[in-house]
Design a protein around this ligand. Structure first.
Ligand code: SF4
Length: 389
């Protein structure tokens, strides 16, 4: 793998979980629900002869249906949900002074593992919002199970991820059992899904474009850009702007956070309030940004940033360790372009405007950061220093 030298959890060579997925699909007692991450749809085509970056959402849904999954949802929906929680967290900390600033994103499990080991003193800065795959899983075994009248004990949730660390995240701690069951049963990579499709004899390129199922399949442009470095930040900005001002951002594209530069610093103006932003991808760049914050704090100076996005992989999840092999910067850029094309063609481009998200809060969750949101959508971190003195 391209990042085997610095994958912090050494999870680069995946454990093959496709057998478990087949067993669940074949079990007539089990209702299988699958979700696909943002970055999968722009890379899976490489296993079937497409150019990197070709957007294949509809064909991927169709392939999952042919494989026999009962319900198909989209992690992009849950990315919208993550933004609702994380943007609320930012506003609470930044404007109301409740909690540490900068707020640092935590939807990358490789990064979370690293922070618990190497930056445990920075834990109060980390967002407690769970990652999209985990939010989706807890909503499937609670909200969806209730709505569909299915016993959550009979549901197996599968995620298709660009990432090998996501296999570890599903067992991270007791918060990953928030539904009363194991929230997410099996996580497979883009490569594993491609192998399943091939071994089932499905001709991917001949599949029609299909839709995901309701209600956790609908996503906005903000949800899809999670797959690229800077995407979580840009999605959060679109919604934080609305939460702070009560107005929609005129131009939703915030380009200073885009691209493959290792550390992207910028200043956003929210109605006269300046928000200092940093986006870092790959671990050395993340260290650089966090050390800057630590040094400023130690010297009693103002912190250099208010909001930081971090991703362990170069390019973000498009360059993840579970994607088709051989990613170069040119390939990462093409996959990224596919992601932004998906955003551009989306009718709705801000997470808080997603009608299915609004309904989920109305019918089940209540308010962002509320009691139920806390129970199902948030987690905590534990210092795990490598060497105890
Ligand atoms: Fe996984 Fe890499 Fe994405 Fe982190 S950046 S969630 S390690 S694919």
């Amino acid at each position: 793998g391209q990042c085997s030298a610095h994958c912090p959890v050494g999870a680069i060579y995946e454990k093959d979980d496709t057998r478990k997925v087949w067993d669940a699909i074949r079990d007539p007692e089990i209702h299988t629900v699958v979700q696909i991450a943002p970055a999968v749809r722009v890379a899976i085509g490489e296993a079937f002869g497409y150019e990197p970056g070709t957007l294949l959402t509809g064909k991927t849904y169709a392939a999952l249906r042919r494989l026999g999954f009962d319900t198909i949802f989209d992690t992009n929906f849950a990315a919208d949900l993550t933004i609702m929680e994380e943007a609320s967290e930012f506003v609470k900390r930044f404007l109301e002074g409740k909690g540490e600033i900068p707020l640092v994103t935590t939807c990358c499990p490789s990064w979370v593992d690293y922070l618990e080991k190497y930056f445990p003193d920075m834990i109060p800065h980390f967002s407690t919002a769970k990652s999209p795959q985990m939010m989706m899983a807890s909503m499937i075994k609670t909200y969806y199970a209730q709505k569909a009248g299915i016993d959550p004990a009979k549901i197996v949730v599968v995620s298709v991820m660009p990432c090998t660390s996501k296999k570890y995240e599903i067992n991270r701690d007791e918060d990953m059992y928030s539904s009363g069951y194991k929230d997410l049963d099996i996580s497979i990579t883009t490569r594993e899904l491609a192998r399943m499709i091939k071994s089932a004899g499905i001709e991917f390129s001949k599949l029609p474009d299909e839709e995901a199922d309701s209600p956790l399949g609908m996503y906005t442009g903000a949800g899809t850009i999670f797959g690229a470095t800077g995407g979580v930040m840009e999605a959060a900005i679109r919604t934080a702007y609305y939460f702070v001002t009560g107005k929609e951002m005129g131009e939703v594209e915030y380009t200073p956070v885009r691209g493959l530069e290792g550390v992207k610093e910028s200043e956003l103006d929210i109605d006269g309030t300046k928000v200092k932003i940093a986006v870092a991808h790959s671990i050395s760049n993340v260290e650089y940004v966090l050390n800057k914050v630590k040094e400023a704090k130690a010297a009693g100076k103002d912190v250099p940033y208010h909001f930081i996005e971090v991703m362990a992989c170069r390019g973000g999840c498009v360059g993840g360790g579970g994607q088709p092999y051989g990613a170069t910067d040119a390939i990462r850029a093409k996959r990224t372009a596919g992601i932004y094309a998906d955003d551009k063609k989306s009718e709705i481009r801000c997470s808080h405007q997603n009608p299915a998200i609004k309904k989920l809060y109305e019918e089940f969750l209540g308010e962002p950061l509320g009691e139920k949101a806390h129970k199902y959508l948030h987690t905590h971190y534990t210092p795990r220093p490598l060497y105890q003195k």
